[in-house]
Design a protein around this ligand. Structure first.
Ligand code: GDP
Ligand code: MG
Length: 268
């Protein structure tokens, strides 16, 4: 077995997994997986019933590939990845998208922050830089942030980012019955479920990439946004509209980890 790449060994001597959900990502998945493998020995791709050559594109790479026989959505894929990582004793899982919108080199920055505050759900946040977003996605994300922050009871910098660090406790919440949403609503629901159990979010500023030739998003603007709104509404109703949550979420700006928290920043 090769030794842990030096960069992560310093930051993460124990069992970190990188989990990449992928649905029809034949154009990008190999580059993303190779970049992840350069950082971490334990890389897991969940191919969610892709109808293209996503799985074949990973041939020969020393990673774990799990496959769903049919498309089950991002939520199911994350749960599959977490179950596997938990069973193998993972201390945490870093999730990142398979379409190349997240830069795997930022993994070390997120982990450095998480190591200092391991009870937090660390999120790579992109909303600080409005220019990098297509306008509709930016306002949709801000809209979602307002409601999810209310239900979570603290302000959230980027509720829709899939670039996150999940501790074991958070993975257990994710695979249990505390977060039941399907598809994209799941990552919003897990923020709320985690906050209720003492794991608020902590954001790390990252660059997002929106290349002009990117494939269309799998996010269905109307249906997936409605699913998120319905999930948040049911959470708020169940808590009597949770006015303290609204108050707290409006009191301050979202908490961002200082850039200097990354031990690797100086080397990049
Ligand atoms: N496993 C799985 N992953 C999905 C599915 N839909 C999207 N994804 C993955 O989730 C990530 C984000 O999806 P994307 O369509 O890029 O959404 P956006 O970045 O929010 O526009 C990518 O890595 C996708 O491959 C799905 O049905 N199943
Ligand atoms: Mg994307």
């Amino acid at each position: 077995m090769t030794s842990e790449p030096a960069a992560l060994q310093a930051l993460a001597p124990d069992s970190v997994w990188i989990v990449i959900p992928a649905y029809n990502e034949e154009r990008t998945i190999r580059d993303v997986a190779e970049a992840a493998l350069a950082l971490c020995l334990r890389v897991l791709v969940v191919d969610d019933g892709s109808s293209d050559s996503t799985a074949e594109r990973l041939d020969g790479l020393p990673l774990t590939l799990l496959r769903h026989p049919s498309n089950q959505g991002k939520a199911a894929s994350l749960r599959t990845g977490f179950r596997h990582a938990l069973a193998l004793g993972a201390s945490c899982a870093v999730t990142l998208d398979g379409d190349g919108q997240h830069d795997p080199r930022d993994v070390a920055r997120l982990l450095a922050v998480w190591r200092r505050q391991p009870s937090r759900l660390v999120i790579g946040a992109r909303l600080h830089d409005r220019a990098q977003f297509p306008p509709l996605r930016y306002f949709g994300n801000r809209f979602a942030c307002f409601w999810i922050s209310w239900a979570a009871g603290h302000p959230i910098a980027d509720s829709q980012s899939g670039f996150r660090v999940y501790s074991r406790a958070l993975m257990e919440i994710a695979v249990g019955n505390r977060a039941r949403s399907a598809r994209f609503a799941f990552e919003s629901e897990i923020i709320i479920a985690a906050a209720r159990r003492g794991h608020p979010t902590l954001a790390v500023a990252i660059a997002g990439r929106y290349p002009a030739d990117a494939r269309p998003s799998h996010y269905r603007s109307v249906l997936d946004t409605m699913a998120i709104v319905a999930m948040v509404a049911s959470r708020l109703l169940a808590r009597g509209l949770y006015p303290q949550g609204l108050w707290r979420s409006l009191q301050r700006a979202p908490e961002m980890a200082p850039a200097a928290e990354s031990a690797l920043d100086a080397q990049r």
